[in-house]
Design a protein around this ligand. Structure first.
Ligand code: PGA
Length: 303
C-alpha cells in the first residue's frame, strides 16, 4: 500500500508474536519488554489500518489481515535473514579469507598458531606468505595482505605494530666448538669468528649487522643462506658460527649445536603483528589479532 511506513523491527516483532501466540514469549525471544512489543504491534496496526491480532483468552490469534501479513513478511524476513548472514560472511567472521605475510623466521611458530585458529574458525581460509623482510615491506607498502608478522617493523612508516612475544637472537656454534660451554665470552672475541649469515634484506641480518656495528666488531661472513634451517646445518657442519632467532632452535643436542654465552646476547627483541595505520581491519583479521595475543603461550620457542 503506498504511503505505508512499516519498519523491519515491527515486522520482526509481529512475526514473533504470531508464531509464538504470545506477547510475553515474543518479548522474551527478542529481548525487549512486553510494553515495547505491544507498542510495535499497535503502530503496525495503525499503519495497516486494520487489526492484525485478536486476544482470545490468553491466546493471541491472527485476524485475516494478520494472516495475509504473516505470509508476506515471513518471506521478507527469510530474505532479510539471508542477507544478514551474507553480510556476516562477507565481514568474514564465519567465512572468509585471511591473508597473512610473515618473515622467514616466523614460520617456526605461525603454523602452530594457525592450527588451533583454523580449528576454532573452520570457515576461515588462511593464506600464509613466508618471505624475507624486504619482500614483506613491499607487500605492506602495497597493502596486499590483511596482517604482517615481522621482527623489525620499519621506522617512519605509517603502521600500527603490536608486540607479540620474544624474538631473541643467539650465537650458535657446532657442539664441539672451543667456545661452547665457556662463560661470558667477550663480544670482541667474535671478531675472530667467521659467520654463516642470512641474506641481505632479512630482519635477522639487519639486526646482527646493527649489533656488531654498535660493538665495533666486524661481522665476517663466509656464506649467505636464505634459510635458517640451512644455516643451522652449515653451522653444525663446522662451516662457521651463526646468529639466529631462538625461535629457530629445537633440541640443540639433536641438532649438533651449542648456544654461546657471549656478552650482549641474547639480543632481546620481539615479534610484532603489523598493519597499515588507518586500515579498517576485517572482522577476520581482528579476530586473528586477538587470537594471537590470547594464544601467546603457543608461540613460545621450544628451546
Ligand atoms: P627474517 O626476519 O626472517 O627476514 O630474518 C626475522 C626477524 O626480523 O626476526
Amino acid at each position: 500500500m503506498p504511503g505505508m511506513h512499516v519498519t523491519l523491527r515491527q515486522l520482526q516483532v509481529f512475526e514473533a508474536v504470531a508464531r509464538l501466540g504470545s506477547f510475553s514469549r515474543a518479548a522474551e525471544e527478542i529481548h525487549v519488554t512486553q510494553p515495547a512489543v505491544s507498542k510495535q504491534i499497535r503502530q503496525l496496526q495503525e499503519e495497516v489500518g486494520m487489526p492484525l491480532l485478536e486476544q482470545v483468552g490468553r491466546q493471541v490469534c491472527l485476524t485475516d489481515a494478520g494472516r495475509e501479513l504473516l505470509a508476506t513478511c515471513s518471506d521478507w524476513l527469510d530474505t532479510w535473514n539471508r542477507f544478514e548472514q551474507s553480510i556476516a560472511d562477507l565481514k568474514g567472521l564465519k567465512q572468509g579469507r585471511l591473508r597473512i605475510a610473515v618473515v622467514t623466521t616466523a614460520k617456526y611458530f605461525m603454523p602452530r598458531v594457525l592450527g588451533p585458529f583454523c580449528t576454532e574458525y573452520p570457515g576461515i581460509d588462511v593464506t600464509l606468505e613466508v618471505i624475507n623482510r624486504n619482500r614483506l615491506l613491499e607487500r605492506l607498502g602495497h597493502n596486499e595482505d590483511d596482517l604482517y608478522v615481522m621482527g623489525v617493523p620499519p621506522d617512519g612508516w605509517e603502521i600500527e605494530s603490536q608486540p607479540l612475544m620474544e624474538n631473541n637472537l643467539v650465537v650458535i656454534a657446532p657442539r664441539a666448538h672451543r667456545l661452547a660451554g665457556r662463560r661470558r665470552i667477550p663480544f670482541a672475541q667474535l671478531a675472530d669468528e667467521i659467520f654463516i649469515a642470512r641474506e641481505e634484506g632479512s630482519g635477522t641480518r639487519m639486526t646482527v649487522e646493527r649489533v656488531f656495528a654498535e660493538n665495533g666488531v666486524h661481522f665476517r661472513v663466509r656464506m649467505e643462506l636464505g634459510s635458517n634451517e640451512a644455516i643451522k646445518q652449515a653451522v653444525a657442519g663446522g662451516l662457521g658460527l651463526g646468529v639466529l632467532s631462538q625461535n629457530t632452535l629445537g633440541d640443540l643436542a639433536v641438532e649438533g649445536l651449542a648456544v654461546l654465552d657471549v656478552t650482549g646476547f641474547p639480543v632481546r627483541r620481539s615479534w610484532y603483528v603489523v598493519w597499515p595505520r588507518g586500515k579498517q581491519l576485517s572482522v577476520v583479521a581482528e579476530t586473528f589479532v586477538d587470537f594471537l595475543h590470547e594464544h601467546a603461550a603457543l608461540l613460545k620457542p621450544r628451546a
